[in-house]
Design a protein around this ligand. Structure first.
Ligand code: SF4
Length: 567
């Protein structure tokens, strides 16, 4: 394609990804400016902060919330700081937590833990749907600061714009390009949005954050980020099984003792439940399948009994950043800050990140406000965000569990004991960094020759991946370039030959949407990789777990992807 002429748009502050971190950050920044300017009007010394071009939020989905997925039991600590009147404003909760249980599963029984580990206590928390929360936060922005904050749905951030190593904005994705890369009649060039400050709030394994962090060396002396894949369904079940507001977690079966993960079951009403299974991606067997583990989990007599006679009505999958404190990158650079999961704000010992994402957005907004006052967007000025984080409850919470994830690398039971001792006895364990390795480095060659057994879906409580994808509402324009970018040379040399030999093409197993398929083009010919990108639910598992790291997940045309409802 010949050189594309792009429109350039200026913003004062630009957020990427309309998740809770960005929405909270944009709202809080507008709030700080409003309060400051009213104080000046009332006679306080100083000058007003005036936005020349406003605050922008880019979002790849069609509607804010469509791509948001979480368990979720929300600690209201974050939202109540941003909106002290969050209840009166109608913050969307499904149920207040009324009871909790934690079971260790064996293949046909369950053992109830006599006490709840402190990190799993949820008294005072709320069962929520993250996609409803994001949509509600966008409504609050529109209501209170619609004149200053612009949300741009269907505008995926495609590329970070730099001046040297200083971030100066974001290029959004082009629209209307065909599968061969040629413009269609509907072609619209992406826009270069220049901003004084850019905040990346892309969620787990952000496609921009992934390249920015090593380029700016923000991960120096940090652990690599590590992840888990969560696979989730929404079910309607007969009344009387579990009380509304009940929260159940399980560990153990069907995961082997060297794997880290577990399940949740949250009752959103007497008849509606959120059920899901998470598997850490540092497994060694290339035929391990997070979706398959979820299916098997649902065949456990306890879970099967809860679901019997019910109906699955929604599906989704997403990775979660679970490295914790030592995996957090440096949170700032020249012109840029990392918020929410892009900054590693997840407390995996509590299975929670939404309250931390909101807090990180608010702290970054405070740093951005001071930078606007000083007209200084350098790293040394934006370091203020890191200082504010270190003085906050978010730091206190993440510091306490700084070694949590590392404890489980040697196996589940040893990890439970070590983590328990650290929380109760040593205040979080060693003060120095305990090391972690990137997930993909754990996968072992040749284990695929004895593949893990998978159950055959019965279409009642266990489903094929494609059946589940149907319930995620996923759609992409078919005639566009594949957004799972593997160079043709790598497909030929690695996917269709070396990986087949060494690992048995693990992408066929780890993708929870059956995007990767090894299919013989004609009978008798060797199987080759076929990528059905339009099924992709944007979970990012492939970008993380691919043992050769040759899959690069990039944003597809704006508006494509899942349409999550109540997830
Ligand atoms: Fe997830 Fe990758 Fe599969 Fe898309 S292609 S659903 S990002 S594993």
């Amino acid at each position: 394609m010949s050189e594309i002429q792009r429109e350039v748009m200026d913003m004062d502050v630009l957020f990427v990804g309309a998740g809770p971190a960005s929405l909270a950050g944009a709202y809080h920044l507008a709030q700080l400016i409003k309060k400051h300017n009213s104080n000046i009007d009332a006679g306080q010394a100083g000058s007003k902060v005036l936005l020349e071009n406003g605050i922008g939020i880019l979002e790849k989905s069609k509607n804010v919330g469509d791509h948001m997925l979480s368990g979720a039991v929300v600690d209201p600590k974050g939202i109540s700081e941003l909106f002290p009147d969050f209840v009166e404003r109608g913050f969307p909760t499904e149920a207040a937590v009324v009871g909790e249980a934690f079971y260790l599963l064996t293949s046909n029984s369950k053992i109830k833990f006599p006490f709840l580990p402190p990190t799993l206590k949820n008294h005072g928390n709320f069962i929520c749907s993250l996609n409803k929360i994001a949509a509600w936060m966008a409504e609050q922005i529109d209501k209170d600061f619609g004149d200053q904050i612009n949300i741009f749905p269907e505008f995926p951030g495609r590329e970070v714009l730099y001046n040297g190593d200083a971030v100066i904005g974001i290029r959004t994705g082009d629209k209307g390009i065909d599968h061969k890369g040629n413009p269609k009649s509907t072609f619209e060039a992406g826009v270069d949005i220049h901003a004084k400050i850019t905040l990346l709030g892309e969620g787990p394994r952000g496609s921009l954050t992934k390249h920015l962090v090593p380029r700016l060396k923000l991960d120096q002396d940090r652990n690599p980020q590590v992840y888990r894949t969560g696979v989730k369904e929404i079910w309607e079940i007969p009344a009387g099984r579990l009380k509304k507001g009940m929260v159940v977690h399980t560990a153990g079966w069907p995961l082997a003792s060297n794997l880290y993960g577990g399940s949740w079951l949250y009752m959103m009403s007497e008849t509606s439940c959120s059920i899901g299974f998470v598997s850490a991606l540092d497994y060694d067997n290339p035929t391990f399948d997070p979706h398959g583990a979820f299916n098997r989990f649902k065949t456990h007599p306890y879970i099967a009994g809860l679901l019997e006679g019910g109906k699955m009505i929604g599906y989704g999958a997403k990775t979660v950043s679970e490295g914790g404190y030592w995996s957090m990158p440096q949170l700032y650079g020249d012109g840029v800050m990392l918020i929410g999961e892009s900054g590693g704000f997840v407390n995996i010992s509590r299975f929670k990140g939404i309250h931390l994402a909101i807090k990180s957005g608010m702290l970054a907004a405070e740093a951005a406000f001071e930078a606007l006052q000083k007209n200084d967007y350098s790293a040394s000025c934006l370091k203020r965000y890191d200082d504010l984080f270190r003085q906050s409850w978010a730091h206190e919470e993440l510091w306490k569990t700084r070694n949590w994830r590392q404890n489980f690398t040697g196996g589940f039971y040893g990890g439970m004991i070590k983590s328990g001792l650290q929380i109760y006895v040593t205040g979080g364990g060693k003060k120095s960094r305990t090391l972690l390795r990137a997930d993909h480095t754990h996968m072992k060659k040749n284990l695929h020759q004895s593949p893990l057994e998978r159950i055959k879906p019965d279409d009642k409580s266990t489903f094929a991946k494609l059946t589940d994808v149907y319930f995620s509402g996923t759609k992409h324009e078919e005639n566009q370039p594949c957004h799972l970018v593997i160079s043709p040379e790598n497909v030929a040399d690695i996917c269709n030959s070396r990986c087949k030999e060494e690992f048995g093409n693990p992408c066929q197993y780890f993708c929870p949407a059956q995007v990767y398929n090894m299919i013989a083009p004609e009978e008798g010919q060797p199987a080759q990789l076929r990528i059905d990108f339009s099924n992709c639910v944007h979970c990012k598992t492939c970008d993380i777990a691919d043992p050769y790291q040759i899959i690069n997940w990039v944003t597809p045309e704006g508006g494509g992807g899942p349409v999550y409802k109540n997830l």
